[in-house]
Design a protein around this ligand. Structure first.
Ligand SMILES: O=C(O)CCC(=O)C(=O)O
Ligand SMILES: [Fe+2]
Length: 129
């Protein structure tokens, strides 16, 4: 799976013991070691926007293991399609200005079909600064 961030609030991921998932951290790829009987909880774009950037929606990818097959189940959790996501007013003040535009599913669909989406991720396109 190519590099991407998850669109929604949270993703719960169950992976088997085969490595493959990697996150981009400080410009480098780091493998997320599979832990038995555990879920990976990944923060999505909506939570980054709602937290005004306090929580980060990381870029991740999945590498294909040449010798073993890997099974993962991702459960993506988000808001209803017509809900508007915006930074929580409680997190905005003089020292921490609003950093993201209002976002909803329609703006995501519009952006995904635009030529700009080839150059910049949806999350990047919602940033004000
Ligand atoms: O298979 C995985 O480990 C991750 C899948 C994923 O990134 C996704 O479904 O958004
Ligand atoms: Fe993902």
């Amino acid at each position: 799976m190519p590099p991407h961030s998850d669109y929604g609030l949270l993703t719960l991921l169950l992976q088997d013991e085969v490595q493959g998932l990697q996150i981009q951290y400080e410009g480098k790829w780091a493998t997320v070691e599979p832990l038995p009987d555990s879920l990976v909880v990944n923060i999505g774009d909506h939570l980054e926007i709602f937290s005004n950037g306090k929580y980060r929606s990381l870029i991740h990818r999945v590498l294909v293991n040449p010798s073993k097959s890997r099974i993962s189940i991702a459960s993506l959790h988000s808001l209803p399609f017509n809900s508007v996501v915006q930074p929580s007013p409680k997190l905005i003040n003089e020292d921490n200005p609003r950093r993201y535009m209002d976002t909803d599913f329609a703006s995501f669909l519009d952006y995904s079909s635009s030529s700009e989406s080839q150059r910049k991720s949806f999350l990047e396109s919602r940033k004000l600064t």
